[in-house]
Design a protein around this ligand. Structure first.
Ligand code: TRP
Ligand code: SF4
Length: 325
């Protein structure tokens, strides 16, 4: 029997290279080894996007298109939308009863977001409880492991502690311990050298056209000390070079050579990189375009996924209620 993994992503906008390398590529690969449940967590999006909630519907479809185009296989894995399976909210409510307030207030991810996020008011009752819903997501499917980025580690730790507390209070080994599967993400910055993020408008999106990709690569910041073609460059201080790490590692020696010896200019260096990135993105864009022709395909996938998820969720929730009442 394969172990089960669960992961989720908030539908807050277009997916970019960071999502591909940081999550989707890994998910695709995990499908061989695990029973996978992949969830578009729209309730989690609502916690921060409550004033822009009308966008969520379209973002869900866009996200599903990106996922399937990147190789998430709805035949092997369960792909669904969180709000289609009401059991998530029911378990969240039950778990919230046993969640000590201090665990939520102390959560480093929570504190960081209150500090960092300037464009949303996150001082709400709902947002404080974000990790409780995340724990419900994971525990509803009794997932053994959760592939996530490092920033999510506190939430997995929280889930483990909450599940133990549940098992202890209700004297039942109902929930297994879950562990994190950390993705070794190559650090890929945005085209302006800051963290790649939709809100900085510095991301290369999975759905960008060839022209958009080439254009964005052309705009990338390079070694600021290399002003003229005959200046020798410092590849280790150049964002373009770090992209070669991910998209053309076989060519890194060549790049280092032409950069330090000033035998090729930055424009040419970028054009070669753009081709490398397109090699990766072309098949994804083509598959996406194909899927987009008939949106009922995606809608059917999500509906089927919800039915499969619901069957698992109902079973766990019945056990939970049996333990509690
Ligand atoms: N909090 C996660 C993020 O922002 C998304 C998420 C919600 C999630 N529920 C989950 C991730 C359950 C893993 C498992 O990335
Ligand atoms: Fe960067 Fe390439 Fe220019 Fe060197 S040649 S500075 S690696 S863009």
């Amino acid at each position: 029997m394969k172990q089960r993994i669960f992961s989720g992503m908030r539908p807050t906008g277009k997916l970019h290279l960071g999502h591909l390398l940081g999550a989707l590529q890994n998910w695709e690969f995990l499908q061989d080894e695990y029973d996978c449940v992949f969830c578009i967590v729209d309730w989690h999006a609502l916690f921060s996007e409550y004033e822009y909630s009308k966008d969520i519907k379209e973002n869900i479809i866009e996200m599903a298109l990106d996922w399937i185009a990147c190789g998430i296989d709805s035949k092997r894995s369960i792909v669904f939308v969180q709000s289609h399976v009401q059991e998530h909210l029911e378990l969240q409510m039950i778990l919230s009863c046993i969640t000590p307030l201090g665990w939520l207030e102390r959560n480093p991810t929570y504190k960081e977001q209150l500090r960092e996020v300037k464009t949303r008011d996150l001082q709400t009752y709902g947002f404080l409880g974000y990790p409780v819903l995340q724990a419900a997501d994971i525990l509803l499917y009794k997932a053994a492991a959760v592939p996530i980025g490092e920033d999510q580690l506190p939430h997995i730790e929280f889930t483990r502690e909450l599940s133990r507390r549940f098992n202890f209070i209700y004297k039942k080994e109902l929930f297994p311990d879950c562990k994190a599967i950390l993705t070794k993400t190559p650090r890929l910055l945005g085209i302006d050298g800051r963290k790649m993020s939709k809100s900085y408008q510095n991301a290369i999106n999975l759905s960008d056209s060839e022209e958009e990709v080439t254009d964005k690569v052309k705009q990338m910041y390079t070694d600021p000390k290399r002003l003229k073609l005959k200046d020798s460059g410092h590849p280790d201080e150049c964002n373009v070079f770090s992209y070669y790490d991910v998209f053309g590692s076989d060519q890194k020696d060549d790049v280092r050579h032409w950069c330090t010896q000033a035998t090729k200019g930055c424009t040419e260096c970028k054009m070669i990189l753009a081709d490398k990135i397109l090699e990766k993105l072309d098949p994804i864009r083509e598959k996406r375009a194909e899927l987009e022709k008939d949106r009922s395909i995606i809608e059917d996938i999500l509906q089927e996924g919800a039915a499969k998820a619901k069957a698992l969720a109902q079973k766990t929730l019945a056990e939970v209620k049996e333990a509690v009442f």
